[in-house]
Design a binder for this molecule. Structure first.
Ligand SMILES: [Zn+2]
Length: 111
């Protein structure tokens, strides 16, 4: 896999390939590969749906004292720590929450 390919770009490539296979039957010698690609496209769609559900759950449970959620227009952001639950990677979310929490702790302790 191209290391620079985003998740959305990967989904687009696989979905385009699956679409082409559905509409233009591949020759017999490519049928096994086509079947594997269709299975991969279905697995990716299921993983994407699960990812979205978990992100929404994380967003909804993020609300707490000091964290103000913005959820208009399908967005899932926290105005306090800057987390974007739709677009940030898990590592970015972790870094933003940690940075915000450390700053809040320092402020509480008067540093
Ligand atoms: Zn927050």
């Amino acid at each position: 896999m191209d290391e620079g390919m985003t998740h959305d770009a990967l989904v687009a490539v696989i979905n385009t390939a699956a679409h082409l296979i559905r509409h233009y039957q591949p020759p017999c010698q490519n049928r096994k590969l086509a079947d594997k690609l269709m299975v991969a496209a279905d697995a990716l769609a299921a993983a994407t749906a699960e990812n979205e559900a978990l992100r929404e759950l994380l967003f909804l449970t993020h609300a707490s004292e000091g964290h103000y959620l913005y959820g208009d227009d399908g967005e899932m952001q926290c105005n306090a720590c800057g987390c974007d639950f739709k677009r940030d990677s898990p590592q970015q979310l972790n870094e933003k929450i940690t940075r915000y929490s450390m700053a809040a702790l320092a402020k509480e302790s008067g540093r």
